[in-house]
Write a protein that binds this ligand. Structure first.
Ligand code: MLT
Ligand code: MN
Ligand code: ZN
Length: 303
């Protein structure tokens, strides 16, 4: 059967999910109260396919088991042991992007792709030995070099401005360095291009050029304003300090990507404090008026 390039949003929320287990911020409060203006979201991850019945995951969220339970296409289909998940690409070592690997531990062969630095973070943590290296190949990705999958697309990883994973932060943290610690992923196949960039501290000119002309860009929508969590009294950290660019303002992603020619611009990795989660909010209206979509769990992107 001829196939096409498609992506499936497994989870659309940032670390903690929506609502977050211990949060009563105004927007989590709406979710706990089942307010119809908001929809619950699991932690961010997508699956990409270019061939029937075969998928690559982009990040493995702590909610991966729940995501597989709710998405028929990712469930075992035949034989005693089977999965349509052929591999997992990791963009960085943050808990919300790697903890789901522990769900994939039942001696099932697949390939685990990441930068050398991120694979080292996993290698340094004994708990990930449970994803048996004898069964699961850990494949280092060379930045800038397209890597052929055998399911109808290539993946090119590239450094984006970021920082080390939260649990590796020392007293001084360098933000915005373009290293192997945080990468974006470009998918190319069936004549289409899609980008997955769930964490990005700045939209550089080089990055703007890279995404120009893409069919779809799923981009870091962590916060609407840089000081969102500070203002709410939830955290001393701005979005920038967490390695995330805010949506609003002159340096925000909305403005920086305003003139980019991109088929579909989609915010993902949305923090539970972000008012774009609320249907009809001024912030939701602002991003939609600018042509953006707000990812939701189960969203299908057919290219
Ligand atoms: C982030 O995106 O900033 C991370 O999710 C932080 C974390 O690991 O909690
Ligand atoms: Mn995160
Ligand atoms: Zn909250």
């Amino acid at each position: 059967m001829p196939s096409q390039l498609k992506a499936l949003v497994l989870g659309s929320a940032a670390g903690g999910g929506f609502p977050q287990w211990n949060c009563r911020c105004p927007i989590c409060d709406m979710a706990w109260n089942n307010d119809p203006r908001v929809t619950r979201r699991t932690q961010s991850s997508i699956a990409v396919s270019g061939a029937d019945g075969a998928w690559m995951l982009f990040n493995a969220s702590p909610d991966l088991r729940q995501q597989i339970l709710s998405l028929h296409t990712l469930q075992p289909a035949n034989g005693m042991r089977h999965t349509p998940i052929k591999g997992v690409f990791i963009t960085n070592g943050d808990v919300d992007h790697v903890a789901g690997l522990l769900t994939l531990r039942e001696q099932q062969p697949f390939r685990l792709y990441g930068s050398r630095q991120t694979l080292q973070v996993l290698a340094d943590s004994q708990v990930f030995n449970v994803v048996n290296k004898a069964v699961v190949d850990r494949v280092p990705i060379e930045l800038g070099v397209p890597l052929a999958t055998d399911i109808g697309f290539t993946v090119t990883a590239f450094a984006v401005p970021g920082k080390v994973p939260l649990f590796m932060e020392g007293e001084r943290v360098e933000i915005g360095a373009e290293t192997e610690s945080t990468v974006g992923l470009e998918v190319a196949g069936h004549g289409h291009r899609l980008f997955y960039i769930p964490g990005c501290a700045h939209l550089t000119e080089a990055l703007l050029q890279r995404v120009e002309g893409a069919d779809a860009v799923l981009f870091d929508g962590t916060t609407f304003t840089d000081d969102e969590m500070v203002t709410l009294g939830l955290s001393p950290k701005t979005a920038g300090r967490m390695g995330h660019i805010q949506i609003s303002g002159a340096d925000g992603s909305l403005q920086r990507l305003a003139s980019a020619k991109i088929g579909r611009k989609i915010y993902i990795h949305i923090n539970n404090t972000n008012p774009i989660l609320v249907d009809g909010s001024p912030q939701r209206q602002a991003v939609e008026a600018a042509g953006w979509e707000v990812a939701y769990d189960g969203m299908e992107i057919d290219l």
